[in-house]
Design a protein around this ligand. Structure first.
Ligand SMILES: [Zn+2]
Length: 114
């Protein structure tokens, strides 16, 4: 499952970013930002996170997911827009030559310790 890999990645990054003196602390919440291009289903990710977090210091922690919309800019006419459909063409001039500005994120924004 796609989400399981991402859940493991989040746990790995979160675990390694917890300072040593908080090693035994229990983590209440992990806030993440995920771009819609990563095609993550938040419900599945939460589910996988819960399973993968067992036996780690993140066990029982809540995963808060903020979805980042996919923004694109046309290389031909410089039009910027938010992509909702999987149609990567400029909505202004129809050019297929576009840059993806956001939507690929997978960032842990903060970790809340109990
Ligand atoms: Zn265009």
């Amino acid at each position: 499952m796609h989400e399981m890999g991402i859940a493991m990645q989040i746990i790995e990054i979160a675990t390694s970013s917890i300072p040593d003196e908080l090693e035994n602390a229990s983590i209440k919440k992990v806030n993440v930002k995920i771009g819609k291009l990563s095609a993550v289903v938040p419900e599945s990710l939460r589910f996988c996170f819960e399973i993968a977090a067992k036996d780690t210091c993140l066990s029982g922690a809540e995963l808060d997911i903020e979805e980042i919309p996919v923004r694109a800019r046309c290389r031909e006419c410089s039009k910027e827009w938010t992509i909702h459909d999987p149609d990567f063409k400029c909505i202004e001039c129809g050019s297929g030559s576009i840059d993806i500005l956001s939507g690929r994120e997978l960032d842990i924004t903060s970790i809340e310790v109990q």
